[in-house]
Design a protein around this ligand. Structure first.
Ligand SMILES: *[C@@H]1O[C@H](CO)[C@@H](O)[C@H](O)[C@H]1NC(C)=O
Ligand SMILES: *[C@@H]1O[C@H](CO)[C@@H](O)[C@H](O)[C@H]1NC(C)=O
Ligand SMILES: *[C@@H]1O[C@H](CO)[C@@H](O)[C@H](O)[C@H]1NC(C)=O
Ligand SMILES: *[C@@H]1O[C@H](CO)[C@@H](O)[C@H](O)[C@H]1NC(C)=O
Ligand SMILES: *[C@@H]1O[C@H](CO)[C@@H](O)[C@H](O)[C@H]1NC(C)=O
Ligand SMILES: *[C@@H]1O[C@H](CO)[C@@H](O)[C@H](O)[C@H]1NC(C)=O
Length: 930
């Protein structure tokens, strides 16, 4: 309050200053009287400018700005003293009438002989927030009879406030926020009674040790007598003042008496009698404080019922009755206090049910009902308080279940429900990211679900009594070290969902005792060593997600026989050896993601049994095999990625009628494949001809169908998209790509590719393809990137390619193409590097003109051997991963990004990457949300 008020008076002073300047702008020049200038300079010299900065304020919730200014630094004889910082003159007489040296970093002592006291014309003196250690009180202050405003707050004055201050009877404001000073009773009385103009009185912290006088100057608007050792009985005196707006009497425990009857004409806005000895019942007339917005009665001796008339305080924003002896029910009229942001009723003896009064209190941020005798159920309207930040219902006798929605209140940061009789949590709940404190101890809960994701936990929580737990999620914390032995030792009979992902767990996995586990997620840790073979005892396991760890050795071969296993995600570890016989005894695997390991040998033929297989990602291993045409019989297979292995030989076609009918992502790049591109195999890719969901306009994502749906796994892969390696968090069902780049394919480009009418990306670069670019490729009307670079293609670029109206990236460089470059809508956007290193192409964008045979302008081959020179210098993978690391859960990029504000660069960056169709629907979704 002191600081706040200081700023109020600071503003007042500014007004005075500007007024005196504006009224006298005509007559400037040396108006300062030399004696006063001398007095000021002398005063200045008695200090050092070495005090600690004392003045700050919060510009908004976080930023603190210092406003200490060493005003006396600018004082010197060469300038008129009226222009010195902090000095105000009367422009008619030239006298110094205002001196504001608040927050001026002054350090020193004001002696009784100080020249300050020669400034007899001063009307305003503000020395607040400096360091005047061991300055005894300003005994000569009584000489400054003209003072209207005096502020000596918080500047380390010491000792008795001199009685001479009683001479300053013209004061309008007197501020003396100060510890360690004393004021005698007579002077206190004189100030309150004889200063007839006094509007602002702040003596916070001054030791007064007197009763409040009976008759009080009626001009008072603001009174702060907090912490002043007031004694005696609180009388009506303050409450009868016609214009009093703020009264702070807090922290005067010797102040007794009852709250007086309140007169209907009172004008109080704020009243603080907290930590006083005021007792008795609240008068019914409390409701007549109709303009009150702040009422603090914390820790008094009040008793009885809270009168219904409290509902008449309709302007109230802060109401605290905590720590008294109130009894009875909470009046339901509180529901009328729509402005309330703070309601404290803790530590009384209230009884009965908590009335359901909260649905109207939409501004409420703090609700404290702790430590009373409340019974009954959780007041259901609390869950409608969307502004609620802190809720404390602890130490009551509430029963029934805790509604799940309270935990997802968007701003809630602290929830205390301990020491009640709650018997359950609504079955499924998720804490929101703002929750920092949750105490449910000492209830009758039989905990079934414990979700502590993203809680900044540093240690593995020590859980007791958790044998009945069904769901445990402590992912996305900062837990270090090994999984503790007690955890591995428990027989977890009920647990079906365990998520320890995104922590910093180290060490080896112990034997498991999770007999009924269905979902195990340990991704993004530093776990190492082999997977224990006891993992195969978890008969019900459906999802095994161990990616992004340091696991090594070969994987236990029994893994191939786990009958319910649907998702096996072991990507980015150090596994070695050959693959186990996956689907040896079952058919349920639908997602196998083993990329970025050191697997070798051949693909196990048992995969033929995986009739539900949708995703097989073997990228970046050392598999040495021929093309698995036999996988073509898997009718559900949508994603086949064999990139960067040692596959070799020609691409054979399979024998069955429906071969790879659902394949949409087909990546054989960076292998040793050879032979021609068989026309027939492309004809089989039915899914690239007509797409699911193409007509509905709805974007779907691939996810395996798990029996127990709730904690879901979404398929994700890495792809080279338009020249960049991207880790896709989700696979949309409209992404269709063929990437056969960096092999040894030869022969011509088959015309049958034209049938793949939904193809989005096609990359045949870095092979030995010859012949012409088939003009039929112009029929691929959803194609957005076409890369045929680094082959030996000849002839002209077919004019038909200009029909590819979605084409955004084209790379035909490093071939033997000739003739004019076609013109067309998209073609006009491609630049030189789309065509570099060809024999004899001409026309824009190349500088070589058509119709001449001047070979001196043939573009030089590009320097980069890398296929990704479209965007060289920017590594997409690192950027995308870098962003998604901050996510709560790594699989929900889009929903996350729509929910929260997305960084601009991220939006722009992605908007060029996804298929146009998706971009449209993402934009639509975004528009709907804004
Ligand atoms: C204030 O001045 C005194 C005496 O010169 C000195 O000891 C003290 O350190 C100064 N305070 C600060 C904060 O510089
Ligand atoms: C003022 O009083 C102080 C302490 O009594 C003394 O040290 C100082 O010299 C005096 N200054 C003047 C200008 O007399
Ligand atoms: C204060 O006012 C009362 C009544 O007017 C008067 O008797 C008393 O002398 C005054 N006190 C001072 C210190 O001026
Ligand atoms: C104050 O509240 C009481 C009880 O709720 C009610 O009867 C009375 O009319 C109210 N008075 C005013 C002035 O609103
Ligand atoms: C909760 O407590 C109330 C009052 O003590 C009682 O009437 C009610 O039956 C209890 N409800 C439950 C679910 O225990
Ligand atoms: C797991 O598979 C076995 C055998 O196929 C089946 O009997 C069992 O019910 C499955 N477990 C669950 C939880 O469905």
């Amino acid at each position: 309050m002191g600081i706040l008020f200081f700023f109020y008076s600071f503003v007042c002073l500014l007004l005075i200053v500007s007024e005196s300047f504006s009224s006298s702008s005509v007559m400037m020049h040396h108006v300062c009287s030399p004696t006063e200038a001398f007095a000021l300079l002398h005063f200045k010299q008695s200090f050092q400018i070495s005090g600690q900065p004392r003045c700050w304020y919060e510009t908004d919730m976080q930023y603190v700005r210092y406003v200490d200014i060493p005003k006396t630094k600018s004082w010197n004889e060469s300038r008129d003293c009226c222009s010195w910082d902090g000095v105000t003159c009367d422009m008619l007489t030239g006298h110094v009438i205002g001196l504001d040296l608040s927050c001026s970093l002054l350090n020193g002592t004001i002696h009784p002989n100080s020249t300050l006291f020669q400034l007899h014309h001063l009307r305003t003196l503000n020395l607040a927030y400096n360091e005047f250690y061991s300055s005894s009180m300003l005994h000569n202050i009584g000489g400054l009879r003209n003072l209207r405003h005096l502020n000596l707050s918080d500047s380390f004055f010491e000792g008795e406030i001199p009685t001479e201050i009683s001479y300053l009877s013209n004061l309008v404001s007197l501020e003396f926020y100060c510890y360690g000073c004393e004021l005698d009773e007579r002077t206190f009385e004189t100030i309150l009674q004889n200063f007839t103009n006094l509007e602002v009185l702040s003596l916070y912290g001054v030791n007064i040790s007197s009763p409040i006088p009976v008759n009080i100057s009626s001009s008072l608007r603001y009174v702060d007598l907090g912490h002043t050792n007031l004694r005696g009985v609180l009388t009506e005196s303050f409450f009868l003042l016609p214009g009093l707006e703020r009264l702070y009497l807090r922290a005067n425990d010797l102040l007794k008496g009852v709250l007086p009857k309140i007169h209907p004409s009172n004008t109080l806005l704020e009243l603080d009698i907290s930590f006083t000895g005021i007792s008795g019942e609240l008068p019914d007339s409390i409701g007549t404080f109709s303009s009150l917005n702040f009422l603090n009665m914390f820790s008094c001796q009040l008793s009885g019922h809270i009168p219904d008339s409290v509902g008449n305080l309709t302007q109230i924003r802060y109401l605290d009755f905590s720590k008294n002896h109130f009894t009875g029910h909470i009046p339901s009229t509180i529901s009328k206090l729509k402005q309330l942001t703070y309601l404290g009723l803790s530590s009384n003896s209230f009884t009965g049910e908590i009335p359901d009064i909260f649905s109207n209190l939409q501004e409420l941020s703090y609700l404290y009902l702790r430590n009373n005798g409340f019974i009954g159920s959780f007041p259901s309207t609390i869950v409608s308080l969307t502004q609620l930040q802190r809720l404390d219902l602890s130490y009551n006798s509430l029963n029934g279940t805790i509604p799940s929605s309270v935990l997802s209140l968007p701003l809630l940061s602290s929830l205390s429900l301990q020491h009640n009789k709650f018997s359950g949590l609504a079955n499924e709940f998720k804490t929101n990211p703002t929750l920092e404190y949750l105490d449910l101890s000492h209830n009758q809960l039989s905990l079934k679900v414990l979700l502590l994701s993203s809680c900044e936990l540093k240690d593995f929580p020590h859980l007791t009594n958790v044998k009945k737990l069904l769901v445990l999620d402590i992912s996305n914390n900062k837990i270090r070290g090994q999984i503790p032995n007690w955890f591995s030792g428990i027989r977890w009979d009920s647990l079906w969902y365990l998520n320890l992902s995104h922590n910093s767990l180290t060490g080896h996995l112990q034997q498991f005792h999770f007999h009924n586990l269905e979902y195990l997620d340990l991704q993004f840790n530093f776990l190492q060593g082999p997977i224990p073979s006891s993992i195969c005892n978890m008969n019900n396991l459906q999802v095994l997600h161990l990616s992004h760890n340091n696991f090594s050795n070969s994987i236990p071969s029994c893994l191939g026989s786990m009958s319910n296993l649907t998702v096996l995600d072991l990507r980015r570890n150090n596994f070695t050896g050959s693959l186990p016989p996956l689907c040896a005894k079952s058919t349920s695997l639908s997602t196998i993601v083993l990329n970025d390991n050191h697997f070798e040998g051949t693909l196990p033929v048992s995969l033929l049994n995986c009739s539900g297989l949708e995703v097989l990602d073997m990228r970046n291993n050392a598999i040495n095999d021929t093309f698995p045409a036999w996988l073509g019989t898997l009718q559900q297979l949508q994603v086949l990625i064999l990139k960067s292995n040692v596959f070799h030989g020609p691409i054979s076609t399979c024998q069955s009628t429906f071969c790879f009918p659902k394949l949409r992502i087909f990546d054989l790049s960076r292998n040793e494949f050879s032979g021609s591109l068989p026309a027939k195999i492309f004809g089989n890719f039915k899914a690239m001809i007509k797409l699911d969901g193409e007509d509905t306009g709805e974007i779907k994502y691939m996810k395996p169908s798990l029996r127990s749906m709730n904690p879901s796994y979404e398929d994700s892969v890495s792809l080279v998209i338009k020249g960049q390696d991207i880790e896709l968090e989700r696979i949309s069902t409209i992404m269709t790509t063929i990437d056969l780049s960096s092999n040894h394919f030869e022969g011509v480009i088959p015309k049958t590719l034209k049938d793949l009418s939904s193809l989005w990306l096609l990359n045949l670069s870095h092979n030995n393809l010859i012949g012409h670019i088939p003009m039929e490729l112009g029929q691929l009307n959803t194609l957005e990137a076409l890369d045929l670079s680094w082959n030996r293609l000849t002839g002209k670029i077919p004019q038909e390619l200009t029909r590819l109206t979605f084409l955004e990236k084209l790379n035909l460089s490093q071939n033997v193409l000739v003739g004019p470059i076609p013109h067309g809508p998209q073609f006009n956007t491609f630049e030189n590097d789309s065509y570099g290193g060809n024999l004899d192409l001409c026309g824009p964008p190349l500088s070589k003109q058509c119709g001449t045979s001047d070979l001196s302008h043939v573009p030089q081959p590009l320097e980069s051997e890398d296929e990704s020179y479209f965007f060289s210098g920017f590594t997409w993978e690192s950027v995308v991963i870098g962003y998604s690391c901050g996510l709560v859960v790594g699989t929900v990029v889009w929903s996350f990004m729509f929910k929260y504000r997305r960084p601009e660069w991220f939006v722009e960056f992605f908007e060029g990457i996804y298929p146009k169709k998706m971009r449209r629907s993402m934009k639509r979704a975004q528009r709907q949300r804004t």
